[in-house]
Ligand binder design. Structure first.
Ligand code: 13P
Ligand code: SF4
Length: 341
């Protein structure tokens, strides 16, 4: 067995093609064939290092197909990954997603090492609000509970009463037992949640820079030109959601496709997600009004390899922040594990 520390850049071996033939076939239409010889040695080296280190690789659904299908042990939406981090037995987690997801994993698994391959992988929603903003809102609305979207920093989570994801936002808001809830920071998700509950929501003006770009005209075009059903993520603007046949979280979209089996679908969400679902639903044709998340795209195979080889970049959350953020996350997990929107 190699000493992990001594491994340098992985190189091509002819046998790799045979060893990874099944994976190559699955990803044939998703990964350009010229890229495959570059990916394979890295996929192999990562899988070897992963075993040597006893690590678990978790990947969000917006990760590119060579990561999602090639090296991830656990895949899912942000709720699924949060639950997996809380439940996981491994001492080392490599979180392939954006920074708030790695922070969440660390908060829920404080004694484990959580690595993020690129610590600069941010999120426009997470950077739209600070802990000081939350305190100012609390001062303006005394006694009103705060529910924050998982797409926030640990410091914001620590100032919140509960966390939610797009998969369980309505349930978490209603579990607060209050007529009014401060809901942060995604305004569009907040408006969608408000349309499904009697609880009055005080909203913030955060936006996902990927989903806010979709337009109603684009959605209509997909329906009219391609005869596609429209499935949209609730971070999209309300006029886009109004055109959709189904609105749901990342996981809810997959479940809907499994149930409805449409001939043609336009997934109005981040476009690696459509790529990853295409492998799962070969009988459905995917029309992709394509917006990629630039932050998710910062995670690459070479960076995952480097993270595992050099044991970087470990995520740390100050203990006094972590303990309060954890309480808010646990409130979410207590509302229900997985049964949601
Ligand atoms: P999910 O909660 O559906 O995983 O979404 C996270 C996200 O960043 C969406 O843009
Ligand atoms: Fe953040 Fe939007 Fe990227 Fe999701 S898609 S990580 S909400 S910027």
């Amino acid at each position: 067995m190699h000493d992990p520390e001594s491994l340098s850049a992985p190189v091509w071996r002819d046998e790799l093609e045979h060893e990874y033939a099944a994976l190559g076939e699955r990803l044939e239409h998703l990964v350009p064939c010229l890229e495959w010889p570059l990916h394979l040695p890295l996929i192999d080296a990562i899988n070897t290092l992963k075993k040597q280190r006893g690590a678990v690789i978790m990947a969000h659904s917006y990760q590119s197909p060579e990561i999602f299908h090639g090296v991830a042990d656990i895949t899912g939406d942000s709720l699924g990954l949060a639950q997996a981090a809380a439940d996981c037995d491994a001492e080392l987690i490599v979180l392939c997603g954006v920074h708030f997801m790695a922070e969440t994993a660390k908060i829920l698994a404080p004694h484990k090492t959580v690595l993020i391959p690129d610590p600069e992988a941010g999120c426009s929603l997470a950077s739209s609000i600070t802990a000081a903003d939350v305190l100012a809102l609390r001062a303006r609305h005394p006694g009103v509970p705060v529910v924050s979207y998982a797409n926030t920093s640990a410091a914001v989570k620590a100032e919140s009463d509960a966390i939610c994801t797009s998969a369980n936002a309505v349930q978490v808001v209603e579990a607060m037992g209050s007529d009014t809830v401060i809901f942060l920071p995604d305004e569009y998700l907040g408006r969608h949640v408000a349309s499904q509950t009697k609880v009055e929501l005080v909203l913030w003006n955060g936006r996902c820079e990927v989903h806010e770009k979709f337009t109603a005209q684009q959605a209509r075009h997909a329906r009219e030109q391609f005869d596609a059903v429209l499935v949209a993520h609730p971070e999209c603007p309300p006029e886009v959601l109004a055109e959709a046949d189904f609105v749901g979280s990342t996981t809810a979209m997959g479940k809907w496709l499994e149930r409805e089996k449409p001939a043609r679908v336009a997934l109005i969400t981040e476009c690696s997600m459509a790529d990853n679902l295409r492998v799962q639903f070969p009988a459905t044709e995917f029309i992709k009004p394509c917006n990629l998340c630039p932050h998710m795209q910062r995670i690459t195979l070479p960076k995952i390899h480097e993270a595992l080889r050099d044991m970087k970049h470990a995520v740390e959350v100050p203990p006094q922040v972590a303990v309060r953020a954890r309480a808010a996350l646990e409130r979410m997990l207590a509302v229900g594990r997985r049964e949601t929107v």
